[in-house]
Design a protein around this ligand. Sequence first.
Ligand code: GLA
Length: 385
Amino acid sequence: MNTLENIASAFRDKFSSQPLLVQGCGRINIIGEHTDYNEGFVLPASINKYIYFAIAENGTNECHFHALDINDSYQFSLDNIKKSDKGWANYLMGILDQLQQEDILLEGVDVVFGGDLPIGSGMSSSAALEAGFALGICSLFNLQKSRQELAQLAHRSSNNFLGIPSGIMDQFASLLGQRGQAIKLDCRSLQYEYVQLDLKDYELLLINTGVSHALANSAYKDRVRECREGAEAVAQKFEGIQSLRDVSLEQLEACREDLTAVVYQRCRYVIEENERLHQALHLLTNGEMEALGELLLRTHEGLSKAYEVSCRELDFLVELAKGHEGVAGARMMGGGFGGCTLNLVKKSAKEDFLKYVKKEYYRAFSIQAEHYELEIVDGTDIVRG
Ligand code: GLA
């Protein structure tokens, strides 16, 4: 775990220039999981878990990256940006690659980064990396880009440079988050509005399974493909269908014969999840926390049984939450196959719940589950000029 001060001081030890400091935010998502790449709706918020950057231009054509958390370095020339076998470096190089695609010429940069945002935990450390670096580079070189444009650029980098067919939720949430608010984002038009996260007597807690299964990447790609396949089949019968966003449950039923059982259940989950998101907004506005918790449980059920992106550890944590009277609901969060559960817990029951969950989880998996108390904060930003 590194702090902003550690990062700044490691930079000064390695390089002689005065760096720009940036903090890239992680995110949570209240509801609307695996809907973004189907042009649906999501409800994320940026959180107080960060990747910190110290960045300075170096007047050469070379870039030097140092990942302090893992004490690893990578160096390359701007004339030769290509995917490397260092996964972490690719997230940063992808941003530079996208800028080059726009014919934006840059000088080399020296970068040290690290933070307190655990990797593979479902809080999107990858988006924090992309967003923080993109904002830092833009500020350093005075590029006139809005936060939304930066989110789109980072998203293109994920899709095109890294080859991950993800949606735009994570980058958007990291760059456009605001204190105390969730973002209701339409992933097709990118229209968004802020929604006050007033949870009454409840709070959100993350519990980390501590596992990150290797399946995640290939299964994610499979889900994207299955959803496209479903939307294309429905489009054969009905007009105006570009993605699952446009498909109603009735239309899906009418095409059931044309779909494999697996594609049908994936599509059904996505359509229902978009509906749940709209219900959740209504419940949030009315302060109906118990009912909101129920929706989270239904989302988990869908992700686990129909979408099949959960795992034993996540299901176990959600079952524990379900059985505790101080918890309104819980679900796995993010891409799946590990990472955290999101729990809507009564403030007064928090200590008891955590003690119970940690004991039972350890008993079942011999893993000490970590938990994170969340603050919803302003998104990725420059810390000091
Ligand atoms: C990952 C992806 C997002 C989104 C979620 C699932 O975090 O990066 O685009 O698809 O999974 O909701």
